[in-house]
Design a protein around this ligand. Structure first.
Ligand code: FES
Length: 108
């Protein structure tokens, strides 16, 4: 795994450029954490494990900015990580994403 430190950000390479289909998400294991990256109006990275029962939201359907957990349909905003239904104040951690010449990096 390639790591690049710059202005107190730690960029970790997670995927090759163009490897995440438009309109889809993919899950990556980054330093032992499951991270979902969605390719919808740019790339958006957030914790992949649903706050409900710890299943991955990475392969959920996306509509607008919202991904639906494939297990029991909780909804999250892919840009902010905010849960949209059921409970107030639940938020998946989000990570900055940058596409560099040699791949897709996140700040983690
Ligand atoms: S595990 Fe995501 S809604 Fe149940």
């Amino acid at each position: 795994m390639m790591v690049h430190v710059e202005n107190f950000m730690v960029w970790t390479k997670v995927a090759e450029k163009g490897s995440i289909q438009i309109g889809k998400g993919e899950e990556f294991d980054v330093n032992g954490k499951k991270i979902a990256i969605f390719n919808k109006d740019g790339l958006h990275a957030l914790d992949a494990m649903c706050a409900h029962q710890n299943n991955s939201i990475a392969c959920g359907e996306i509509e607008g900015d919202i991904v639906e957990c494939p297990y029991h349909s909780w909804h999250y905003n892919i840009k902010t990580g905010d849960l949209q239904d059921y409970l107030k104040g639940i938020k998946q951690q989000t990570y900055k994403v940058e596409v560099k010449d040699d791949g897709i990096y996140i700040d983690i």
